[in-house]
Write a protein that binds this ligand. Structure first.
Ligand code: 0X9
Ligand code: ZN
Length: 759
């Protein structure tokens, strides 16, 4: 994780590092953490806080009066107990975590049927795999040594682009592993490299991208530090500069030349955020700086770190926004990246401005942004302190997969002169009988819009109907398609022509499809009265923050208002009282279960393609307090009144807001008359703040009672329907204009015939 979030005390303390362990500077060589414990300690006075700071090292994110998590040696723990502080041991032996990780790596090394991305690798192994990947794809890739580390190890870059003249292609630059202990960083970057290389020629999206864009990727920025984490100290962060006086290492991510020396960097050589003697004093940052400056086509950059699952954009040196339009772009596009990542495995990465995490003057992406490159810092998995830097090797591939989708999006964002996206998402199901507006975003990067159209192919009709996309300000465009009879479907895509003459299409190939359905709300439980919910279940062990139905009192972590529009006030909430602090009435020490009443989700018989959906508004907050993001809230569904449960979602999205979710029941369980929902808010063994809420539970049926050609709505498609259609056609009714082109002509007749034949 980032070393420590900006805290009210303004204390910036290093996480688990050798440097922080010894009070008087880094402990050198195989510093064992044998028997050191992760301890939850309650400090009552500032003097006690200082004592903890001296004796141990902060393992959570904040330090102060109240609850803290520290790593303490047995001797330090004895002192703390002697002092009368209340403690709870969370983990008995930090070294055991490190040893277990190494044992697992060794075990995997001995396995035969294991792929490269199912284990972590040394510097030498990564460099040789990098060379091999390039050798396997000589038409696409080349590896270059771009400089040397302090201890004269090679810093290597791979360049990847499709064949042909690439001298004018925009370049996206990635680097991994500035911080030695963040092993998932080079692993993820290597995964990305392999995906790009193996996808070219087999995947149309990757092929199209690599024909336009060049990637330059440095998997390991800090070879000396990385090697040291394998040989000596697993939790080393900095490079291996000998600072004199027994202290080692410069924090490379404080050594860059934008606002070097400012907030969040230290002048103390023993510190884990030591900035070095001057901007770019270290060979590693010099090499990357020169590599970036040598290529004016570099347009975007990501610096990969771990952990905490964050997408951070400049600035990070102070609370200053980037100039517009960049600020809005960073904000919007980072949210988009977060959504893209979440769509792969459901892992939530928080998008935010770097400074909102904490100040870190002299960081890499501030510098790249300062030289005209859109720069991000991405913190990879996990998001909890108890796994931390030792992410199990099983998570390398899923992390790589989710990040690869973000890599493609970044490439496409910067690689294409003009970019089309759908801010509200793709239309999948529209409401029958009412016009639908599609919102389209067209970003002009180096080309401008000459014309923009939405092309629709109504169900059975082969010909396209064009709707022009009207500009509604900025990069927003929209087009409205007419209301359609229930059960009708359509394919659609977007075509934009640039003033350059180039044509752009969304999606790149093929078309999207949607269908018109009527929507019926079968039931709505707005929680204003109790519809028969149950609080508590066998095994519940939370001591505070028990679910209750009330009008909540707002705090940093819980809502001021329920989700139902006024006059609604009530919702289910994990103790809705505000108390004296954000942590007073949150969920502590275990699980509290809320089970909903029995719902009827029976899908109507005889309807055409009908389905039952369950929708609810939920609140979840787990990013406040001393150990944020350690928990999640499983939401489950039962089809047998509560005997068996299936997970609908495991909520870890800290929206700190009401979020409406809907699920098709049959995707999880059989719809029927005995459906129930269950929400398990829980605080599992860490000092995190957990607040959750539920409101406005709806059962919806989407579908069509009648076939699209059954204009008489009598349940059968027959000759009467033909005459009914004729009436609509002759009177100029929009429902008679089956291809939605505004004219009633022969194509509508043929469309009717096709629908008629379908029955
Ligand atoms: O502190 C850092 O260098 C990065 N976090 S890490 O835990 N990987 O060390 C985050 C830097 C992001 N920039 C700012 N927060 N300003
Ligand atoms: Zn880092």
């Amino acid at each position: 994780m980032p070393i420590a979030r900006r805290s009210r005390l303004g204390v910036l303390v290093a996480l688990l590092t050798a440097g922080a362990l010894g009070q008087n500077g880094p402990v050198e060589h195989a510093a064992s953490l044998r028997g050191h414990k992760i301890v939850r300690v309650i400090a009552q006075t500032e003097a006690q806080v200082e004592m903890l700071d001296d004796l141990g090292l902060l393992y959570g994110e904040r330090m102060g009066i109240g609850e803290n998590e520290f790593v303490l040696s047995p001797e330090a723990l004895a002192r703390v107990i002697q002092e009368g502080m209340e403690i709870e041991i969370v983990h008995d032996d930090v070294q055991a975590l490190i040893d277990a990780e190494r044992a697992e790596i060794e075990r995997r090394r001995a396995l035969r049927d294991i792929t490269w991305f199912e284990n972590y690798h040394t510097y030498a192994e990564i460099m040789s795999y990098l060379n091999q990947l390039a050798a396997d794809h000589p038409a696409l890739a080349s590896v270059a040594t771009i400089g040397q580390s302090l201890q004269a190890r090679d810093i290597r870059a791979i360049e990847i682009t499709g064949p042909g003249d690439s001298s004018n292609r925009p370049v996206v630059f990635f680097n991994g592993l500035q911080h030695a202990r963040e092993w998932i960083s080079p692993a993820t970057v290597m995964f990305t490299i392999e995906q790009l290389l193996t996808g070219y020629g087999s995947d149309s999206r990757i092929t199209a991208l690599l024909d336009r864009v060049k990637f330059k990727i440095v998997p390991i920025t800090n070879p000396d530090g990385y090697e040291y984490t394998w040989t000596d100290q697993r939790l080393w962060r900095k490079n291996r500069r000998n600072n004199g006086g027994g202290s080692f290492g410069v924090d490379l991510n404080r050594n860059w030349g934008k606002e070097w020396g400012g907030d969040g960097s230290s002048g103390n050589p023993g510190s884990d955020t030591y900035r070095g003697t001057s901007a770019f004093s270290e060979p590693e940052t010099q090499v990357l700086r020169d590599y970036v400056l040598a290529d004016p086509n570099i347009i975007a950059h990501v610096d990969f770190h771990s952990y905490s699952q964050l997408i951070l954009w400049p600035w990070g040196y102070a609370d200053v926004p980037p100039p517009e339009p960049d600020r809005t772009f960073f904000d919007d596009f980072s949210v988009e990246l977060s959504n893209i990542i979440e769509s792969v495995h459901g892992t939530y990465y928080t998008p935010e401005q770097s400074i909102d995490l904490y100040a870190a003057a002299g960081n890499a992406s501030d510098w790249t942004y300062s030289v005209g490159v859109y720069g991000w810092t991405i913190e990879l998995r996990p998001n909890n302190d108890f796994v931390g830097f030792e992410l199990p090797p099983d998570e390398i591939i899923p992390t790589g997969e989710e990040i690869f989708q973000a890599v493609l999006a970044i490439g496409e964002q910067f690689g294409f002169p003009l970019r089309i996206s759908l801010p509200q998402g793709e239309l999948v199901s529209v409401d029958a009988g009412v016009p639908t507006t599609l919102d389209v975003n067209i970003q002009e990067i180096t080309d401008t819009v000459a014309s923009a159209e939405l092309k629709v192919r109504y169900d059975v009709i082969a010909s396209e109907t064009s709707y022009s996309l009207a500009s509604v300000g900025g990069s927003s465009y929209e087009a409205t398609i007419p209301g359609l009879g229930c059960g009708r479907s359509f394919g659609y895509h977007i075509e934009v022509t640039g003033t350059s003459g180039e044509a752009y299409r969304y999606p790149a190939t093929g078309e999207l499809t949607a269908d018109a359905r009527s929507l019926t709300v079968v039931s709505l439980d707005d929680v204003e009265t109790d519809a028969g919910w149950t609080v508590g279940a066998a095994g519940d062990d939370a001591t505070t923050g028990i679910w209750g139905r009330m009008d909540p009192q707002g705090t940093q972590a819980q809502p001021e208002n329920d989700h139902t529009p006024a006059p609604g006030t009530m919702c289910w909430i994990t103790d809705g009282r505000a108390g004296t602090g954000v942590g007073t009435y949150d969920v502590d020490n275990g699980t509290t279960t809320l089970t909903g009443p029995i719902l009827d989700t029976t899908e109507p018989a005889g309807w055409k393609s009908a389905g039952a959906w369950i929708e609810y508004a939920r609140w979840y907050s787990n990013d406040q307090g001393s150990a944020p993001n350690a928990d999640s809230m499983p939401v489950s569904i039962s089809s047998d009144g509560g005997s068996n449960w299936t997970t609908l979602e495991d909520v870890s999205e800290n929206a700190n807001d009401w979020v409406v979710k809907s699920f098709r029941v049959s995707d999880f369980v059989t719809p029927g008359s005995q459906t129930r929902l269950r929400f398990q808010a829980r605080d599992l063994g860490s000092g995190s703040i957990v607040e959750a809420g539920v409101d406005d539970v709806r059962v919806l049926i989407r579908g069509c009672q009648y076939a699209p050609a059954d204009f008489t709505r009598d349940g059968s498609v027959d000759g009467d329907d033909f005459f009914a259609f004729l009436d609509l056609f002759a009177s100029g009714d929009p429902l008679g204009d089956l291809n939605g082109d505004g004219v009633h002509d022969a194509t509508d007749f043929f469309a009717f015939l096709d629908l008629f034949i379908q029955g």
